[in-house]
Design a protein around this ligand. Structure first.
Ligand code: CP
Ligand code: NVA
Length: 326
């Protein structure tokens, strides 16, 4: 790897240069090839890793656990209610204690400030496994999946359709702009990203040859897109807004017609998951219109969502190996 990321935190992609992100993708691909070849690493041997989760998780939790074990580390899951973080003990105090025990700390939760405070006080690398504002490890998996599908990133266009101001929209804008991609946020005006963030991303795109567009027009937004991406309409913690979101985002459901509107035979569909695409979950049975993507797309020829999910593990492993590994 060209860049030396030892000792660095991984809190948001804004903190990383385009080269550093590319290096993490190169390392991810190498670790993936090793895993496929049955080669186990020892880069994290002898280390202990704390995994703090205020919110539920399937992919991120399991990716961290498996990546730790593959590279010889011991992962310790600290779920909601297991520790005092912010309740009977300040985040800064918990950070200083955990930093004495552990070699690295992952945090998933609500406030982005919590993971920043952990990083400030822990004295060991801290990795963001999702906050309300950013989901940076997800973007590495997304970029790796796009790179695998098209052989490159620069110059490709990605249309994110749905809630344009959530952690995924924010993070995709930054990650794609840093890779010189043409990123479009396709959302109703009430769910457009913060103007300040768009301005910052436009600055990033101007340095890489990338482009950022925010539009409410789905046809214009997906035209020519190599990748159509969506996420749930109500993120974790926004359950009270489900009915409102269904009303606002109904026209933005990813359908076969929308995939065809890209005009590209080779367009792919991505979703960070979990996804509502049929009526086989409790929440979708209660709110049948909650589906952000049609089953025909999710299960169809465009979909790379399970390659993308697998890539969570390889990319999270790369983040830990690059920042902590020996
Ligand atoms: N995509 C993602 O972060 O999934 P989990 O919520 O299951 O970790
Ligand atoms: N925006 C979603 C992403 C889940 C991976 C959420 O925060 O719930």
């Amino acid at each position: 790897m060209a860049a030396n990321l030892k000792g660095r935190h991984f809190l948001k992609l804004v903190d990383f240069s385009s080269e550093e992100i590319k290096d993490l993708l190169t390392l991810s691909a190498a670790l993936k090839a090793n895993k496929r070849a049955g080669v186990r690493g020892k880069a994290l041997e002898g280390t202990n890793i704390a995994l703090i989760f205020e919110k539920p998780s399937t992919r991120t939790r399991c990716a961290f656990v498996v990546a730790c074990v593959d590279e010889g580390a011991h992962p310790e899951y600290l779920g909601k209610g297991d520790i005092q973080l912010g309740k009977k003990e300040t985040v800064a105090d918990t950070a200083r204690v955990l930093g004495r025990f552990f070699d690295g700390i992952e945090f998933r939760g609500f406030s982005h400030q919590t993971v920043e405070t952990l990083a400030e006080y822990a004295g060991v690398p801290v990795w963001n496994g999702l906050t309300d504002k950013w989901h940076p490890t997800q973007i590495l998996a997304d970029l790796l999946t796009v790179q695998e599908a098209f052989g490159r990133l620069e110059g490709l266009s990605l249309a994110y359709v749905g809630d344009g101001r959530n952690n995924m929209a924010n993070s995709l804008m930054v990650g794609c702009a840093k890779m010189g991609m043409d990123v479009r946020i396709v959302a109703p005006p009430s769910l457009h990203p913060e103007a300040e963030l768009v301005q910052m991303v436009e600055g990033l795109a101007s340095e890489t040859g990338g482009k950022v567009t925010v539009t409410a027009d789905a046809e214009e937004g997906v035209k020519g897109a190599h990748v159509v991406y969506t996420d749930v309409w109500a993120s974790m913690g926004e359950e009270a807004q489900i009915a409102d979101r269904i009303a606002t985002l109904g026209p933005y459901r990813v359908t076969t017609q929308m995939m065809e509107m890209t005009g590209r035979r080779d367009a792919i569909f991505l979703h960070c998951l979990p996804a509502f695409h049929n009526l086989e979950t409790d929440v979708a049975r209660e709110y049948p219109e909650i589906r952000e993507v049609e089953d025909e797309v999710f299960e169809g020829r465009w979909s790379r969502v399970f390659d993308q999910a697998e890539n969570r593990m390889h990319t999270i492993k790369a983040v830990m190996v690059a920042t902590l590994g020996h």
